[in-house]
Design a protein around this ligand. Structure first.
Ligand code: C2E
Ligand code: CA
Ligand code: CA
Ligand code: CA
Length: 280
């Protein structure tokens, strides 16, 4: 009795979150999936230059194609992955695959080096002393130019580990890796973070985009974020853009980059709609 929900996930996903025995089973299964690989699939979602309308990058989002349970959303298994520490392996797996994929696209002339790759990074990695060297080796192996790799970090991720995070992020930047602050506006003392952590990009949380026409506060916040970013010389991506009206408003407000279902849904590499992406 697995019914497909709106996003192709099974209803089982919702039950899965509640039951503790299920959580343990899921953890064992994720461990197994990380050994066997191929069950965890990187999906790619386009990021578009709002001015030219051209493809500017991709964000990589994990999906679990479970042999019995079907497609599982990251919201279901990422909390467990964080708690168990499996997130370290999972993120590295995603980064490795996405970098190889990016190198292949560059090599085949599918995209040029102006198209960058965004990857989500859990805060757990700030305690991993091997991360920076590993990433550097990976970039060298795939000949990825400086500025092509963006790591997305959420505000809340920085709260637990302020000092360690600063040092790791400084080292990442030194090696030509860009940093994006994810879910901007939903966290705590966001402004001081911008200054201290040397972010390159802000991602405006989809909650503000969704409400941009319903709540005046939301459009005021988007305006303020854009003004702040311009003053600090930061790039901005608005997430969760679903309608033409949102596109128009965000363009008018001068938001440089857009991402959302309006342009493209996340899809596995083999299913990307290249004619459409090329026409962007
Ligand atoms: P996020 O990084 O904020 O990613 C944006 C989420 O919004 C994604 O959900 C994406 O599929 C969804 N989305 C994109 N466009 C639209 C839209 O127009 N409308 C709506 N309603 N949603 C849209 P997803 O893929 O379920 O991922 C959820 C979260 O899981 C991500 O939020 C991210 O924090 C985390 N995540 C995903 N993949 C990874 C990963 O490989 N590693 C880590 N550490 N976290 C990941
Ligand atoms: Ca993200
Ligand atoms: Ca986000
Ligand atoms: Ca989020």
């Amino acid at each position: 009795t697995k019914q497909r929900g709106r996003h192709g996930y099974t209803l089982f996903n919702h039950e899965l979150r509640r039951n503790q025995a299920d959580q343990l089973a899921l953890e064992a299964e994720l461990r197994h999936a990380l050994e066997n690989r191929h069950e965890l699939v990187p999906y790619y979602q386009a990021i578009v230059d709002s001015h030219s309308g051209k493809l500017a990058g991709f964000e990589t989002l994990v999906r679990w194609h479970h042999p019995q349970r079907g497609l599982i959303a990251p919201g279901v298994f990422l909390p467990m992955a964080e708690e168990s520490g499996l997130i370290l392996k999972l993120d590295r797996y995603m980064i490795e695959h996405a970098c190889a994929q990016l190198a292949q696209w560059y090599g085949s002339g599918r995209i040029d080096h102006a198209v960058c790759l965004h990857i989500n990074l859990s805060s757990a990695h700030f305690h991993d002393p091997g991360l920076v060297g590993w990433l550097q080796e990976l970039m060298q192996r795939h000949a990825l130019p400086v500025g092509t790799l963006h790591l997305e970090i959420t505000e809340s991720a920085l709260i637990d580990v302020p000092d360690v995070a600063i040092e790791v992020m400084r080292q990442l930047k030194e090696r030509g890796i860009c940093l994006a602050l994810d879910d901007f506006g939903t966290g705590y003392s966001a402004l001081s973070y911008l200054h201290r952590y040397h972010f390159d990009v802000l991602k405006i949380d989809q909650a503000f985009v969704r409400d941009i026409h319903c709540h005046e506060e939301s459009s005021a916040i988007v305006r303020a974020i854009l003004a702040l970013a311009a003053a600090l010389g930061l790039d901005v991506v608005a997430e969760g853009v679903e309608t033409m009206l949102q596109v128009q408003t965000l363009r008018q407000l001068g938001c440089p980059r857009l991402q959302g279902y309006y342009f493209a849904r996340p899809a596995p590499a083999a299913e990307l709609d290249w004619p459409r992406l090329a026409g962007m």
